[in-house]
Design a protein around this ligand. Structure first.
Ligand SMILES: N[C@@H](CCC(=O)N[C@@H](CS)C(=O)NCC(=O)O)C(=O)O
Length: 391
């Protein structure tokens, strides 16, 4: 058992995902800066900043300099000197030991590895949009994110600054909604001050209906799956569950979103509570690819896959035009934008290079499967995966 320090915030879905991975692998962890003293938190913050500036924060097994950017949070370290990031990479890192004392977080069977990767990325990339929307739109009036996060950052702040940071955080995150795919209709009003009202953006079609519909479909798919088996890939926890837990579990602190989840999907709610409580550690059942995953695969094939495809196509077009700025920096300047469609709704988004990497990796894994394995997955189990065969 090794002690990990997670540099992150409870409000972050990737933080929750990392916690659940470490719990399953039997490692103890602390969440810093929340659980550190002021001096330790400040020294670690300085070390992490310096590592980021030097480009010395690692991603296991390797980082893509062309596509990757460091996140704001979370990071992990064991010795306080070498920092790593990326929640999915943590699962691979934990599995990369001679003698594993936990069942592998990433399944070893090639078909299962692929399905696990697809589920993980779908929750990380598209799940994030849905749950950010559920927090800042559905729970606009009640989310405690700002206060909770400012309190967790208190060790890094001068005395008396937490309320100021809290109100800044509410405003920052609400303003980021359009970057994270949630665009309000013109004149949208949730009964909050303008600083906490999710914004419309000129030239951007509203996407609230699209995200509400997608979230309900993901949640219904989880509910039907959990009625048939305890985890996404059968009898025990894997990286795919960690990812689903991280995203859906993020809304457990957002009162309206949490109430809706409990009402629409009580089984899923109990599943999230069990993982939060570490109960997934004891499940040691067999892994299996079953038809119970079909509804989830179907909604992933209608949301995540077409979004990744459209993002990559837009990346190629933008590069051919000579564009060099992407992601949030480009969004802020109205650059590298493209128009697309999802679930029959129009949207406008910015090209995200890290999603180009994700999509290319998913496609490469799909193509690397033996033809017979691809057939078995697509023909016998999850017909909607035929989406992956399109050029
Ligand atoms: N791929 C990373 C994603 C981490 C991530 O996107 N973190 C968010 C916070 S939840 C972030 O840093 N967003 C940029 C920001 O808040 O400035 C992982 O899986 O750990």
């Amino acid at each position: 058992m090794t002690q990990f320090i997670l540099w992150g915030l409870t409000a972050s879905p990737y933080q929750l995902k990392m916690q659940s991975l470490l719990d399953y692998a039997g490692h103890s962890w602390e969440r810093w800066p929340d659980q550190a003293g002021r001096w330790s938190a400040l020294t670690m913050a300085v070390r992490l900043q310096s590592a980021k500036r030097r480009g010395a924060v690692r991603r296991f097994p390797a980082m893509s300099a062309q596509f990757d950017e460091y996140p704001a949070v979370p990071f992990y370290t064991q010795d306080g000197d070498v920092f790593y990031y990326d929640s999915s990479a943590l699962a691979h890192h934990l599995d990369d030991r001679q003698q594993l004392d936990h069942p592998p977080l990433v399944p070893r069977d090639s078909r299962m590895t692929f399905v696990c990767q697809l589920l993980d990325e779908a929750f990380d990339e598209f799940g994030l949009y849905m749950v950010h929307h559920m927090r800042w739109v559905t729970s606009a009036r009640t989310t405690p994110m700002g206060d909770m996060t400012a309190r967790e950052l208190r060790a890094l702040l001068p005395p008396g600054f937490t309320p100021l940071l809290a109100s800044r955080l509410y405003h920052r995150q609400v303003s980021r909604c359009p970057y994270l795919f949630s665009v309000a209709p013109e004149g949208f009003d949730v009964g909050m001050s303008p600083l906490r009202t999710p914004p419309a953006r000129a030239g951007f079609p509203p996407t609230h209906a699209l995200l509400d519909e997608a979230w309900r479909r993901y949640v219904a798919a989880m509910e039907s799956l959990l009625a048939q088996q305890p985890f996404l890939l059968g009898g025990r926890f894997t990286l795919a569950d960690a990812s689903a837990y991280g995203q859906l579990g993020m809304n457990m602190v957002d009162p309206e979103a949490a109430a809706l989840l409990q009402e629409l999907a009580p089984r899923t709610w109990r599943w999230l509570c069990a993982i939060r409580g570490g109960e997934h550690r004891s499940a040691k059942g067999e892994l299996a690819l079953t038809p119970a995953l079909q509804p989830l695969m179907a909604v992933i094939s209608e949301t995540f896959i077409p979004l990744m495809r459209q993002n990559e196509a837009a990346y190629e077009v933008a590069r051919a035009r000579g564009e060099t700025l992407f992601n949030e920096a480009a969004f802020a300047r109205g650059r590298a934008l493209y128009d697309g469609q999802l679930l029959g709704y129009p949207f406008r988004a910015v090209v995200k290079t890290f999603q180009v990497r994700v999509w290319r990796e998913v496609q490469a894994s799909w193509r690397a499967l033996q033809a017979g394995d691809r057939d078995m997955l697509e023909r016998d189990l999850y017909p909607t995966l035929r989406e992956l065969n399109q050029p």
